[in-house]
Design a protein around this ligand. Structure first.
Ligand code: TYM
Length: 319
């Protein structure tokens, strides 16, 4: 089984990325061959500073390795190190209905937030389909915000197959219900664009400050509180054991504890959870060349697979 996923190097890794994609992706490494990449072509739709793009890409590779990606079990690479993906994007774009792209929520959201409506932003889902289809991927672990893009990838593959024969494999999304949309500090989806993230490898003071700023209702200390509607509780339950989660639920419902105390418990849990990853990250940073070696090896492996699919595609369309 081939497992594939990507992450844009647009900023700093936050716990939404970690829970929605990285944690399941790392767990899936045991079940098949993993291909995980840094979507730097995609990031060009929002980043126009070359230094920033380069630095962010290396940083995401470092963070992914620190979180437990095993480069001996799978391939970690930059999207742009497989330029054949751009060729497949073009070919797929010739069978993709414009109306399909016009339905993309993510495009509409980004334009509504003021991003220029470039052709690249509009055709983003075609590049994403190419990313997936070029490796004959079976399973794609992502958060819920990417679900529509995956449906589009399947639709595009189907359209291609209807036109040129059964050349492309249709992928399945892998979306875990508990972590499909991790809430941010204000209760909306955690996202860098909303400025509501908790970053994994930020410093201790910053992480504490951000957790202490989680928005709550104004229930007084003595009041019973509703765990289900609390971002603090939701985040805590995604990292704590069952017993710890049940204990917090009871204390919420019992009253007598203020939100400030729950936030302190959440901070302690997160800081402890990411401790081994911070340590691994420091180790990797002692030998930065290691990151380049991993990316190079990953790119070679990815090119090998992409080459096979492109050979089929080129033959099918008559190139
Ligand atoms: P990106 O870079 O925005 O996010 C990377 C992954 O993190 C997940 N995620 C979340 N999951 C749950 N809750 C959240 N609050 C949250 N925020 C982010 C995303 O769902 C994603 O899985 N278009 C993709 C990158 C991409 C890709 C691909 C993914 C390009 N090509 C091919 C899969 C397959 C993106 O922008 O993800």
């Amino acid at each position: 089984m081939r497992i594939l996923s990507g992450i844009q190097p647009t900023g700093i890794l936050h716990i939404g990325n970690y829970l929605g994609m990285m944690r399941p992706a790392i767990a899936l490494q045991a079940q098949g061959e993993a291909f995980y990449f840094i979507a730097d072509y995609h990031a060009l739709t929002t980043i126009d500073n070359p230094e920033t793009l380069r630095a962010n890409s290396r940083r995401i590779a470092l963070d992914f390795l620190a979180c437990g990606l095993d480069p001996d079990k799978g391939a970690l690479f930059r999207q742009s190190d497989v330029p054949q993906v751009a060729e497949l994007t073009w070919i797929l774009s010739t069978v993709t209905p414009k109306a399909l792209l016009e339905r993309a929520h993510s495009y509409k959201d980004k334009v509504a937030r003021g991003l220029p409506a470039s052709a690249g932003l509009f055709t983003y889902p075609v590049l994403m389909a190419a990313d997936i289809l070029i490796y004959d991927s079976d399973l794609v672990p992502v958060g819920k915000d990417q679900k529509q893009h995956l449906e589009m990838a399947r639709d595009i593959a189907q359209k291609f197959n209807d036109t040129f024969g059964g050349v492309l494999k249709l992928p399945e999304p892998h979306i875990q219900s508990a972590t499909e949309t991790v809430p941010g500090l204000d209760g909306q989806k955690m996202s860098k664009s909303y400025g509501n993230t908790i970053d994994i490898f930020g410093d201790e003071k910053e992480m504490r400050k951000r957790i202490m700023s989680i928005v709550t209702d104004s229930a007084p200390v003595e009041a019973a509180k509703d765990p289900a509607s609390s971002t603090i509780f939701q985040l805590y339950s995604l990292f704590a054991s069952k017993e710890e989660t049940e204990t917090m639920r009871e204390v919420f419902q019992g009253g007598g504890t203020g939100y400030g105390d729950f936030k302190k418990q959440l901070f302690a849990k997160l800081w402890e959870y990411f401790e081994p990853m911070r340590k691994r990250r420091e180790e990797i940073l002692k030998d930065v060349a290691y990151i380049d070696t991993v990316l190079k090896k990953g790119a070679a492996r990815a090119n090998e697979e992409a080459g096979k699919v492109m050979k089929r595609v080129r033959a099918a369309v008559g190139l």
